[in-house]
Design a protein around this ligand. Structure first.
Ligand SMILES: Nc1ncnc2c1ncn2[C@@H]1O[C@H](COP(=O)(O)OP(=O)(O)O)[C@@H](O)[C@H]1O
Ligand SMILES: [Mg+2]
Length: 411
């Protein structure tokens, strides 16, 4: 759903307006809009295209069914969009000698069987139709979710990036989830190749700044107190989807909405059970965690790197020179909530057993009586939780100041 008001994104909208002006002046562009799921790619594209008064805007969505990318799904949709605006007769006329090639891409044109058509004929037919459509009215072509594109669509885009660069009045906008492009995702090579072409521009979409995120939250939760708004902004880490989902339930209860929990967990649930377990145990330590410590806590160091690699490839974890971190603090929060109460206590005890002796802290000091588990207490009480740059070792350093009973009851 597009919200009434788009917050922030002034620079990106200005960049798009400039590229559109260039396209209209004779230099078509392909713009690659990358960002993680929920960051606002679709919203930005819609905000931009809704502000255009004299353009034809056609959108195609790349689609996956199971693990199969639908061949030419987005391209067919774009062509059908042109048929809806200009009528089938005109689109067929624009295709000229590429009529048969078009028949295979848009069966609803009713042109009958396409006979033998090779990919290059199809590419040329699409380019010709787009060029002629742009000559009729300035044209914006949106291809959504390129990370799901089939190989033919990716090749077609490369072809169009070259052929349309000097076509007046065409702007192509392609969105993709940057966090999907891990491991050997085929789009990585396509993007690298595309970026070398002269008419191709990249606009990476990052998180909203805190002012824009607060504006988004107050737009959804009009009665939220300043403290509630600040808390949601902090927990959302500037990701509009997270902020919006939390704002919807602001003030009702402290829990995350199920839609958000499920969105966060969807990738985790696609991993092997062993990796899911590793993530739950790592989450006990906090947003950032230490591989050596985790290996000791789990007691299975051999398979650890394979599992960490699986989680990195799925975009659940990120890594840097300091070690590993959950992509989002909220995911870490949701994972710890997935632990059974007894299980959570056992893992806290295990961390205490491993860390306590090395830091000269006894288990009794770490887990005094019935007090809430120490690592979780630190996460919710101190700077270690709100600042994801802290490592688990730092959590425990901070925690040295902790004294029995002083951190009880923090939630
Ligand atoms: N700049 C923004 N202003 C207001 N709401 C936004 C903004 N960006 C995203 N949203 C909201 O966040 C949610 C996710 O945005 P969406 O554009 O669908 O993300 P993406 O396409 O990157 O997955 C949407 O419900 C949208 O309304
Ligand atoms: Mg989208």
């Amino acid at each position: 759903m597009l919200r009434d008001r788009v917050v922030g994104r002034t620079e990106e909208l200005a960049a798009l307006a400039e590229l559109w002006a260039e396209a209209r002046a004779g230099h078509g562009h392909l713009v690659l809009l990358g960002g993680e799921a929920g960051i606002g790619k679709t919203t930005l594209v819609r905000a931009f295209t809704e502000g255009l008064s004299d353009a034809t805007v056609v959108t195609g969505q790349c689609l996956m069914f199971g693990s199969e990318a639908m061949p030419y799904a987005a391209v067919s949709q774009v062509l059908r969009g042109l048929v809806a605006v200009h009528g089938a007769d005109r689109v067929i006329e624009w295709a000229g000698g590429g009529r048969d090639a078009l028949a295979g891409l848009v069966p609803s044109l009713g042109l009958g069987g396409a006979g033998a058509v090779d990919a290059m004929q199809q590419f040329e037919a699409v380019a010709t139709v787009l060029e002629r459509a742009a000559a009729a009215t300035p044209l914006v072509v949106v291809i959504e979710d390129l990370h799901w594109a089939d190989p033919s669509t990716a090749s077609l885009l490369q072809f169009l990036a070259t052929t349309l660069a000097d076509s007046p009045a065409i702007l192509m906008l392609a969105t993709y989830r940057s966090d999907e492009l891990t491991g050997r995702h085929p789009l990585r090579a396509t993007l690298a190749e595309l970026q070398r072409r002269p008419g191709v521009r990249r606009i990476p979409l990052g998180v909203l700044d805190s002012g824009a995120a607060a504006e988004l939250v107050t737009g959804v939760a009009r009665d939220a107190t300043p403290a509630m708004v600040a808390r949601i902004v902090e927990r959302s880490e500037g990701v509009p989807y997270f902020a919006e989902e939390m704002a919807r339930v602001a003030g009702r209860h402290g829990k995350l909405p199920n839609t958000l929990r499920e969105a966060l967990l969807v990738r985790v649930h696609g991993l092997t059970e062993a990796t899911q377990r590793l993530l739950r145990v790592a989450a006990v330590a906090g947003v950032r965690f230490d591989e050596d410590l985790l290996a000791e806590v789990l007691g299975e160091p051999d398979s650890l790197s394979t599992r960490l690699r699986e989680a990195l490839d799925a975009g659940v974890l990120v890594s840097d020179e300091d070690g590993y971190a959950f992509r989002h603090a909220l995911l870490c929060e949701v994972l710890t909530e997935e632990l059974l109460p007894g299980e959570a206590g056992r893992w806290h005890g295990r961390y205490a057993d491993v860390i306590g002796p090395t830091r000269g802290v006894s288990r009794a000091t770490i887990c005094p009586g019935t007090c809430s588990p120490p690592v979780a207490s630190m996460k919710h009480s101190g700077p270690a939780w709100s600042a994801p740059t802290h490592s688990v070792r730092r959590i425990w350093t901070d925690w040295d100041c902790w004294r029995p009973h002083s951190s009880c009851g923090i939630g």
